[in-house]
Ligand binder design. Structure first.
Ligand code: V47
Ligand code: SF4
Length: 369
């Protein structure tokens, strides 16, 4: 067998490549070196080794739809193109009945998950959202409810005097099944202060997810990259997640979200290019050796970039089947009206050389296509 390591220059990356090949965990310093020094083809090979070890040649997707209850938000994150003050003519807010109508539109369709995320509404507490979940479950008990970022959870729980543990227990009783990964942004406190000073701190974000995991509620994690953060900050972010995952094992997927520049207060920064996206997917896959899935969220990245990311460690393409999300079109995503049929997702995956597998939210296999 040809030893591919012989083709790597005798640089620090060679030793790191050897570790990855031998299934040894890399340190934060080594992760940083990969970001800074490793060339992209090598990162693709190394991320490919890790993804094959964990996920073979499979690429997962699910059939889901989104509900965005409101874009009214008490916070004002500088990167956000989505939120509006309550009195703004472009703000919206769905009633519980209107949200149930959205759910009913999918009656008879083979969706397995509803993803509910929106702004932090000043007046909607955990009982309001709990009633929504309960009504959804009464209508369609088998639909998995993945709902509310840690930021929304913090506000809806603590604004009415509950502890995080009490609040999550109440929401679980209403029918909450899992928590999406939003609101993590960048954990480094200085960067966080500059881009989203007002909302839940990094420690609180991590504590909410830890508490959820301890209560048997799995979750995802995100990173918002490609703005004012450095590689150091990205590695620090992943290191905090890797440590928590070692404790709880509750994260299902990691979702890198590239900063999109349109219609927000950080537009002047611009956007990083696709090479940086691929580098970021690859280092994420290699560094986060204990989080099983890396999700390429195509409504944000665009379908071509998501397809390419499959060769750089990503193994999950999410699966929005209808144009039910506005977060990214408002921020200038390539996908103005995100909608892909199951056949289209499967073709994207096959054309990239992988095997499409339909999953449920917890990565149980629904069907191999
Ligand atoms: O937390 C906001 C991000 C997130 C911008 O768990 C932006 O399966 C880029 O969390 N450019 C919400 N990103 C979306 C989210 C998510 C998406 C898909 C799947 C899952 C999951 C979770 O959107 C926010 C924030 O980080 N965001 N504005 C922007 N201008
Ligand atoms: Fe509100 Fe979320 Fe936008 Fe921040 S990112 S302003 S918390 S909607």
């Amino acid at each position: 067998m040809v030893d591919f390591l012989q083709y790597i220059d005798d640089s620090p990356t060679k030793g790191i490549a050897e570790k990855i090949y031998n299934n040894q965990r890399i340190t934060p310093e080594e992760g940083l070196l990969l970001f800074r020094k490793a060339d992209l083809p090598l990162l693709g090979i190394l991320a490919g080794i890790v993804r094959k070890r964990i996920n073979k040649n499979l690429v997962y997707f699910n059939r889901n739809f989104h509900i965005e209850p409101t874009n009214k938000c008490v916070y004002n994150c500088r990167f956000c193109s989505y939120h509006k003050p309550a009195d703004d003519p472009e703000s919206w807010e769905f009633s519980i009945e209107q949200m149930l109508e959205i759910v009913k539109k999918f009656d008879g369709k083979a969706v397995t998950e509803v993803h509910i995320v929106g702004g932090v509404h000043p007046d909607h507490d955990l009982h309001y959202y709990g009633r929504l979940i309960k009504r959804i479950k009464e209508h369609r008990p088998d639909l998995h409810v993945k709902a509310f970022s840690a930021i929304e959870l913090d506000y809806m729980i603590t604004s009415v005097g509950y502890s995080i543990e009490e609040g999550l227990t109440i929401l679980k009783d209403y029918g909450l099944d899992s928590i999406p990964g939003g609101g993590a942004e960048i954990f480094n406190e200085e960067v966080r202060k500059m881009i989203c000073d007002e909302k839940a701190s990094s420690d609180l974000w991590l504590r909410i997810h830890e508490t959820a995991h301890n209560l048997g509620i799995p979750s995802n994690a995100t990173i918002l990259y490609g703005h004012i953060e450095s590689y150091n900050h990205r590695i620090d972010h992943m290191d905090r997640l890797r440590k928590l995952q070692d404790k709880t094992g509750g994260f299902k997927a990691f979702i890198p979200l590239k900063f999109k520049m349109r219609n927000n207060n950080m537009s002047q920064i611009g956007e990083v290019n696709i090479l940086e996206d691929l580098r970021n997917y690859a280092v994420s896959r290699i560094f986060l050796d204990n989080i099983p899935h890396i999700k390429a969220y195509w409504p944000m990245s665009g379908r071509d970039a998501a397809q390419l990311s499959l060769s750089f460690g990503a193994d999950d393409m999410d699966g929005t089947i209808d144009d039910t999300t506005r977060i990214y079109s408002m921020a200038g995503s390539a996908e103005e009206n995100p909608a892909l049929t199951t056949e289209e997702i499967c073709k994207l995956i096959r054309d990239a050389g992988f095997i499409p597998v339909e999953r449920d939210t917890l990565y149980n296999i629904v069907k191999q296509w």
